[in-house]
Design a protein around this ligand. Structure first.
Ligand SMILES: [Zn+2]
Ligand SMILES: [Zn+2]
Length: 120
């Protein structure tokens, strides 16, 4: 056993699209060197050919590639949900908190929300 955990209850200020570095790492973003300029600046989905509009796009944070250059991946809801689902499965298998109580796990909650968006 790990001893007592301190989990914040309520008052979450997390927006729907907020993603921590932990979550982004799980989403398995493509290698930026293989992307087009439009994909790197967020005009086109990082996982597909579809152009993005503000409403359909999910921001995936500001990233820095190996040469230190910044890029701004965004993805359509469909691809985000698909990758979030894969991430959720992989995460749940290794997360102690999810085994105890998945609702108390920040990563689980963010990923779950992304998966659900597909059906909105
Ligand atoms: Zn897409
Ligand atoms: Zn978890």
């Amino acid at each position: 056993m790990d001893g007592p955990h301190l989990w914040l209850q309520g008052g979450y200020a997390m927006s729907v699209t907020y993603m921590s570095a932990d979550v982004l790492a799980l989403l398995d973003l493509p290698d930026p060197s293989g992307l087009t300029a439009d994909q790197r600046r967020g005009a086109v989905c990082v996982w597909g050919p579809e152009p993005l509009t503000g409403e359909s796009a999910e921001g995936l944070g500001e990233q820095v590639d190996e040469s230190g250059e910044r890029w701004f991946p965004r993805a359509c809801k469909k691809h985000t949900a698909k990758h979030a689902h894969g991430a959720l499965v992989a995460h749940a298998a290794i997360c102690k908190q999810c085994t105890d109580d998945a609702d108390a796990c920040d990563i689980h909650r963010v990923l779950y929300r992304l998966v659900r968006q597909e059906w909105r």
